[in-house]
Design a binder for this molecule. Structure first.
Ligand code: LHQ
Length: 259
């Protein structure tokens, strides 16, 4: 249920169940998790793009499958199902290289929250975002209660979760839910340009930045400053740092190798 393509350091991962707007099957969760876990170990991959086939990013859990396979409450099957999603969220969060969610059309329910677990989000102007869970009597999962308040602030996050308000691409950019919204005709080119730019960047430093920001989240200033010192020492030891400084002094663009 997932397609992968590798080009110029960019791994493009496409959720491929377009007949149901890429709603999640068990297979799609498992395949995505394995792809992310494997990508984390592959130094040739310097940026990952997560996107959806057809007219949407994703419509959340496939509800037809969910009802068929595990009607009922709090059963062992439901717990296992949620744990499979958790493993996917952790696999995305643990990627050392940057991951971009490329969002066109609908991103609803857990598909939206998986996009929020990515580092950057770029959307087409036909994008529609909704924390759809409460519409069917569910609470946001897949990290919604973690990511959304951090991105938007507690008030707006709770509002979107309670009202399941549909946010458009331009509105999402204004709120800070995504980095950028572009016209649909320019979407593919904009995603490729951003992904290539990151893939040509200082990949080890990006990994350090991601780790630093993750660790800094629940620390006080003194602890963060100390942490920054530790991370900066590692960044100073990278070949790309040397290259960046040399390129600056020689007034030329840097040629980063990701080392
Ligand atoms: C779908 C779906 C779908 C199956 C569209 N499933 N077929 C975690 C753990 C435990 C339990 C369950 O859930 C979760 C996490 C979650 O993600 S909960 C939230 C699940 N998602 C939703 O509630 C969203 C349901 N879908 C919708 O509200 C609409 O389809 C949206 C707003 C996403 C899109 O609307 P439209 O653009 O009007 O498209 P559509 O509704 O016509 O959908 C196209 C087709 O895709 C249609 O099939 P059909 O055979 O009629 O062409 C839909 O039935 C199917 N589809 N979402 N989640």
């Amino acid at each position: 249920d997932v397609l992968v393509q590798f080009d110029e350091g960019v791994l493009t991962v496409t959720m491929n169940r377009p007949h149901v707007l890429n709603a999640f099957s068990d297979l799609m969760i498992a395949e995505l998790t394995e792809i992310m876990e494997t990508a984390a170990e592959d130094e040739a991959i310097r940026c990952v793009v997560l996107t959806g086939a057809g007219r949407a990013f994703g419509a959340g859990q496939d509800l037809a499958i969910f009802v068929q396979e595990r009607s009922g409450d709090g059963s062992e099957a439901t717990t296992e199902h949620l744990q499979a999603y958790h493993r996917l969220i952790f696999a995305i969060q643990r990627l050392p290289m940057p991951i971009i969610a490329a969002l066109h059309g609908v991103a609803a329910g857990i598909s939206l929250n998986i996009a929020l677990a990515c580092d950057l989000r770029i959307a087409a102007d036909n994008a529609r975002f909704t924390e759809a869970f409460a519409r069917i009597g569910l609470v946001p999962d897949g990290g919604g209660a973690y990511f959304l308040p951090r991105l938007l602030g507690a008030g707006k996050a709770l509002e979107l979760a309670l009202l399941t308000t549909e946010i458009t691409g331009p509105e999402a950019e204004r709120l800070g839910l995504i980095s950028k919204c572009v016209p649909i005709a320019e979407f593919e080119a904009a995603v490729t340009a951003l992904a290539r730019r990151l893939a040509q960047g200082p990949t080890r430093t990006y990994a350090l930045i991601k780790d630093l920001f993750a660790q800094a989240q629940d620390k006080d200033l003194a602890a963060v400053l100390q942490l920054e010192g530790t991370f900066q020492a590692k960044a100073i030891g990278t070949a790309d740092h040397q290259e960046g400084v040399q390129a600056f002094l020689q007034k030329r663009p840097p040629q980063y190798t990701g080392k």
